[in-house]
Design a protein around this ligand. Structure first.
Ligand code: PGA
Length: 230
């Protein structure tokens, strides 16, 4: 069974991870600004995923559909359980109504929600059952990698909101990816302090299949500037 959307080989993923930012209204305002500037962006080489809070997914999906925008949606998390008596959880079937992808195991969830490898494994199973593409975040080359089609390597020291936030160079990332490629056939993304100034150094690398962008994806003009760089 094909349980996830396959990535076209000639496109690189750009995932805007908004974390706990933006109301529904702010989400739509961002999408409108992006829509107004789409002609300035080369879309032939990009697969753009927007990753808002759960609360904004439905409105974002409606706006994208009504305006026929070349954007897909990703959830920031998924329940490790199925549908049922799990207060506060959001099961894969509900996410699937609006999104195609889901982030699993982001280091902020490990840090603040104490997620374990068992939790992560449960979430991967649930994503696959719901026909969502899991994007598994890992912190280093020894992290659990599971059986997923997309892995996002995000060393915590590189994430802008974790203090120092020092981006890894594309050659550092390439050397980690060389090791990872011996263990997995997943598409490999990098995340950590990516911005308009450094984005092209990653995108010119043949082994980097895409990027997770946090801070630099929040302001539409900053994000558009980043998307216009390659
Ligand atoms: P950053 O966040 O781009 O702000 O470093 C990336 C992420 O945590 O996904």
């Amino acid at each position: 069974m094909v349980y996830y959307t396959l990535l076209s080989m000639d496109k690189k993923i750009v995932l805007a991870n908004w974390k706990s930012h933006k109301t529904v209204q702010e989400t739509i305002a961002f999408l409108k600004a992006l829509h107004d500037n789409l002609s300035t962006i080369d879309l032939s080489n990009k697969f753009i995923l927007i990753c808002p809070t759960y609360i904004s997914l439905a409105s974002a999906a409606a706006y994208i559909q009504q305006n026929n925008l070349p954007l897909s949606l990703c959830a920031q998390d998924i329940s490790a359980f199925g549908e049922g008596a799990y207060t506060g959880e959001v099961a894969g079937r509900f996410i699937k109504e609006f999104a195609t992808h889901v982030l699993i195991g982001h280091s902020e969830r490990l840090k603040y929600n104490h997620e374990t490898v068992d939790d992560i494994q449960g979430k991967i199973v649930q994503a696959k059952e719901a026909n969502l593409t899991p994007i598994l975040c890992i912190q280093n080359e020894n992290s659990f990698i599971g059986d997923v089609p997309i892995i996002a390597y995000e060393p915590p020291t590189a994430i802008s909101t974790f203090g120092v936030g020092k981006a890894e160079t594309s050659s550092d990332v390439e050397s980690v990816f060389t090791t990872l490629k011996q263990k997995t056939q997943a598409s490999l993304l990098y995340g950590g302090s990516v911005d308009a100034d450094n984005v092209s150094s990653y995108m010119s690398s043949p082994v980097i299949n895409g990027l997770l962008v946090g801070g630099a994806s929040l302001d539409p003009q900053t994000f558009i500037a980043l998307l216009s760089k390659w």
